[in-house]
Design a binder for this molecule. Structure first.
Ligand SMILES: [Zn+2]
Length: 395
């Protein structure tokens, strides 16, 4: 039984401050909704974001892990975008080179469909051992013959039995309600593997707050980190950070650490902000977020009144958040995604249909709202190929 009160920080126990109430949002924003009724019936949970003045950690105090489904319908991959694939390849090549992974064993916790693990194993000419309940065999791409994935969560038994030369955990820690417990598990496995390095990647929340990216906050992202709060948590659990940096236009925060601090380089690339800086940023965000959402509501209203056809591009969590927080209804015709596995599905909570780029020839949108500006050029090129020239608006 959890005895912590809802506003105590899960990382350090300090009483935290509520700064943003995002209302009721779908609890599983990346799960594929196979029908419109199922999408509309998706359970909702409250996004109640708190910031900790003790360590700078941000968390959803209304989060209930029992409501999250972890199954193969989770469609989180971004591997269909050339921009994302280039990012992944550069990240893998850098890790293989710096950690001298040639012929080595790589462990990835929360490996999704296994694409990154297969890429690492292939580049290293080594092997990969992955863990993910949402794993689907056969979708890891080149190098998948070098990996073995167990479709389970990484728990205490796994920490005791799994050994590797590098432990990777990308886009997973933000889904864990009590990050310290999870970090202890990975740290234990890395320590037992002979001081193997760890690499973790999470969304960079200070950037989300500063850029007012309201749609990057989700119910299921119960744990949100900034550079300082992540580095502090690692140190508090006996893990010495050796690399702290952002990537992908500031969206991702990457930390590398060693279980044994001896010899670890402690001069990091990224400044570690103080907890009070996060509190200040969170308060500013809380004040401005509502205005930002109202601005999008007004814009959609104006486009609707002018009879303009609007589509969103990108059907992941961001589109789900925007559609639900703004309440888009029939002001948006459809949501476009280049991932063919998402086509024919529906946006959780609002029921907008997910279509492929080829379907736009028929819809002929006047406005395309780009959910991630990083993909703007890629999207513009795809639209040009189809002879379409809608207005592109990035969120
Ligand atoms: Zn804290």
């Amino acid at each position: 039984m959890n005895t912590r009160s809802s506003q105590d920080c899960p990382c350090c126990g300090t009483v935290a401050e509520l700064f943003f109430d995002g209302g009721q949002l779908p609890v599983n924003s990346t799960t594929l909704m196979r029908s419109r009724p199922a999408a509309l019936a998706e359970p909702r949970g409250r996004l109640r974001l708190c910031v900790c003045p003790g360590c700078g950690f941000l968390f959803n105090s209304a989060f209930d892990p029992a409501r999250i489904r972890m199954d193969t319908d989770l469609e989180e991959t971004q591997g269909f975008s050339p921009t994302f694939v280039r990012f992944h390849e550069a990240l893998a090549a850098d890790l293989v080179r710096r950690h001298r992974l040639r012929g080595r064993r790589i462990v990835e916790i929360g490996c999704g469909k296994g694409e990154f693990l297969a890429l690492l194993a292939r580049m290293a000419m080594g092997s990969g051992h992955g863990f993910d309940p949402a794993f689907v065999p056969g979708r890891a791409g080149p190098g998948q013959d070098r990996i073995r994935v167990e479709p389970i969560l990484f728990g205490s038994a796994e920490a005791d039995r799994v050994r590797g030369d590098l432990f990777v955990c990308k886009m997973t820690l933000e889904h864990i309600q009590y990050p310290p417990d999870f970090l202890d598990l990975i740290g234990r496995a890395a320590r037992a593997s002979g001081n193997a390095p760890l690499v973790l990647m999470v969304p960079e929340t200070l950037v989300i707050l500063d850029r007012l990216q309201v749609w990057d906050l989700y119910y299921e992202h119960c744990s949100n980190f900034t550079p300082g709060s992540l580095a502090r948590l690692f140190r508090a659990h006996g893990l010495a950070p050796t690399v702290l940096r952002t990537a992908f236009d500031g969206h991702y925060l990457i930390i590398e650490a060693m279980p044994d601090a001896a010899g670890a380089i402690t001069a990091l690339d990224l400044p570690e902000e103080k907890p009070q800086q996060v509190v200040d940023a969170a308060r500013r965000f809380g004040d401005a977020a509502r205005l930002r959402l109202d601005g999008w509501r007004d814009r959609m209203e104006r486009w609707g009144q002018a009879g303009r056809k609007v589509v969103l591009w990108g059907s992941g969590s961001r589109a789900t958040a925007l559609a639900n927080m703004v309440g888009l209804d029939d002001r948006v015709q459809a949501v476009v995604d280049i991932n063919p596995h998402r086509r024919g599905s529906y946006v959780a909570g609002t029921g907008h249909p997910v279509v492929g780029p080829a379907d736009l020839a028929e819809i002929r949108p006047d406005v395309v709202v780009v959910m991630n500006p990083v993909y703007r050029d890629e999207i513009a090129a795809l639209l040009r190929q189809q002879g379409l020239s809608p207005v592109l608006e990035a969120v």
